[in-house]
Write a protein that binds this ligand. Sequence first.
Ligand SMILES: Cc1cc2nc3c(=O)[nH]c(=O)nc-3n(C[C@H](O)[C@H](O)[C@H](O)COP(=O)(O)OP(=O)(O)OC[C@H]3O[C@@H](n4cnc5c(N)ncnc54)[C@H](O)[C@@H]3O)c2cc1C
Length: 501
Amino acid sequence: MDLAQGRQDQLNVVIVGAGLVGCLEAIYLARNGHRVTVYEKFKDPRTWGKGADRSLTLTLSPRGQTALREVGLEARVLQQGVLLKVRLIHNIQGNTTRSLYSDKGEGIYVVQRTQLNSLLIKEAVECYNIPIHFEHTFVGRQVKHSENGSDDEVYIMKDKEGKTVTDKADLLIGADGAHSAVRHDLFLKKKLDLFKQQYHDHWYIEVVLPPGEDGKTLMDPDMLHVWPRGEYMLVTFPNLDNSYSGSLFLPPPVYQHVMSNETELLTFFRVQFPDVVKLVGEDYLKHYFFEKLVVSGKMRRPGRLIANQVQPYHSGDSVLLMGDAAHAIVPFYGMGMNSGFEDCWVLHQIFQKHGYSKGSGMAKFTASHEFETPCSTQTRFFIMSSCSENLGQVLREFSNQRCKDGHAICDMAYEHYALLSSKIAGVSYHIRKLMDDLLFKFFPQYWVPEFVMVTFTNKPFSECRKEAARQKRVISQTLTAAVITFTVALLAIFWRLWIRF
Ligand SMILES: Cc1cc2nc3c(=O)[nH]c(=O)nc-3n(C[C@H](O)[C@H](O)[C@H](O)COP(=O)(O)OP(=O)(O)OC[C@H]3O[C@@H](n4cnc5c(N)ncnc54)[C@H](O)[C@@H]3O)c2cc1C
């Protein structure tokens, strides 16, 4: 059954970017009966070789899971993931400390980026017949005068031969990542009130630690491993094949120095991460950095971390930014993809609200169906009301809600670097965490630690930030009061002893 057939209330949507968010949004829209076309700059990732991408592993938390669940994909994605409940912190002597993600036993999943992207693309193409045009790069929007005298806005793409391809739609969604061309087009046309872009003062390179010769894992399994060194940081996540992959973060001058030759690299690892050298051996490190990461005689370029703050996320009733195009953040909270997936879920809620809000005068047509798709049975499809009239309102609402959340998680992700890279190794962090955990344990309705709120709930990021600021104030005041009370008590004891003798 073709849901869309004969319907007047269907939107035509063009999505730029078949990354994680673009694909998920395409599935959401197609499930709701809209006609979607996707343009993607690169080749189909299903044809890529292993390890061809950056940031090989990603953490998937309940926010992302909620969005995947809504379209029936959660279970399949989690099957490909590894559940983590513990962070293991490696100090410079090679000793380790365990830090639970949550005292309630909650965990997050680690998934492979390319595998997840391929799954979403497969689902979009095979289950919803969404055309994805790979190797088509969006370059901008143009107004064209048609023969009947009206002005039509068209989207311009270049295919791999450089030929121009055009398309048009009711809605253009820019899900084209941190360096978004759709956002750039809005910027050039002065449609953004705010656009801030900031590079983090660290570069990163992917690191893979292999399993042992017997195929077994070399480190404690099912944990996030962190080597916090203040200025530097190494983070690795477990994979299903018992290897570990992650990133090494370094300031650019240190990066250039360390990666300049094998001797510098080994000296650096021996001093900073002696336990890693012991586990994988110096030969492996030399091979990995100076052979495996070398393509056509050149070492892979380091990744740069970028954060964007944009406002609004929409323009009129015809353009919307989602995912990293709207709110790229530094990866230290593991929330970039999760908040991008949450965008899809939130947009869906807003669409539904308008479609179903009886009595609002907006709903034209609502219905629900139970039927089969080639990929799953009993998929529930909701046909929304005609959104074209309300589209501007839907986009505005999305922007209002998501901009403040995008800005909040952007700030929290920056702050989280300081915690992961140095504070986590200090005593004061553990005292604060102990207080946080105790308050959470005894007053869970009133006190949920920031990390738990951000990672394990769907509370809007802006509210998490406000609540976390209040908690920091309470903990600081309590600690200050405790220190003053302790000092006064100590002085009183000394005073009495002094009087006595
Ligand atoms: C080192 C690192 C670690 C990370 N770890 C995590 C983590 O653990 N958890 C987490 O949630 N997030 C993590 N992130 C963030 C996460 O990778 C991003 O938030 C996520 O990929 C955003 O998805 P997206 O679809 O918006 O953008 P992208 O994944 O960047 O996809 C954009 C797509 O658009 C395409 N495109 C770009 N320009 C054009 C154009 N002009 N025309 C057509 N197509 C175009 C691109 O080729 C790409 O396929 C990490 C990021 C980094 C750098």
